[in-house]
Design a protein around this ligand. Structure first.
Ligand SMILES: [Ca+2]
Ligand SMILES: [Ca+2]
Length: 192
């Protein structure tokens, strides 16, 4: 308890996070404490992040997907995740409003961060999602989504765009909202 000063979250960050998320001061403080324990440097490196992911997916390869998720969380592009990025990520990917979650999904698919999604980027993320699906589960997938290419093709068809066209964020969110099946294609749902 001696160095409570150095491990306390700064007032500005706390204020900021309370505004941008719906988490309470208590929740934020609790998470900050855990974050400090697991991550004394205050920053998560890409390798640590991938290790965490791979622990959750022992039967498949989550490395590529984790790399993309890391990129989408690292909003200031400095190659590490700080507490603020981590909490905002947590807020966007869990619970939160569907639209917020879809905003995050957009940033996940926008691999080169230029504000648009291309079919090639959709294919790249579908490839990463596919690597997370254990082999025996891949065999149970519907015939029109049992390869990364088919999955990307099917997803792209929901947006009604030509192969060489690109998607803005609003079109992406609308497209996913309008198609019940799209939501399941943009993420990995383990089979029960
Ligand atoms: Ca960062
Ligand atoms: Ca892009």
């Amino acid at each position: 308890m001696g160095n409570s000063k150095s491990s306390a979250m700064s007032k500005e960050i706390l204020k900021d996070l309370k505004l941008t998320t719906n988490f309470s001061e208590n929740e934020l403080s609790q998470w900050y404490e855990n974050f400090q324990k697991q991550c004394p440097s205050g920053r998560i490196a890409p390798n640590e992040f991938m290790q965490i992911y791979n622990r959750f997916f022992p039967d498949s390869d989550a490395t590529t997907y984790a790399k993309h998720v890391f990129r989408s969380f690292d909003t200031n592009d400095d190659g590490t995740l700080d507490f603020k990025e981590y909490i905002i990520a947590l807020h966007m990917t869990s619970g939160g409003k569907t639209e917020r979650k879809l905003e995050w999904a957009f940033s996940l698919f926008d691999v080169d961060k230029n504000g648009y999604i291309t079919k090639a980027e959709v294919t790249e993320i579908c490839n990463a999602i596919f690597k997370m699906i254990p082999k025996e589960d891949q065999e149970k997938l519907p015939a029109d989504e049992n390869t990364p290419e088919k999955r990307a093709e099917k997803l792209w068809s929901y947006f009604k765009k030509k192969d060489n066209e690109r998607l803005a964020e609003g079109e992406f969110i609308q497209g996913v909202m309008d198609n019940d099946n799209a939501l399941h294609l943009i993420q990995y749902n383990p089979l029960k």
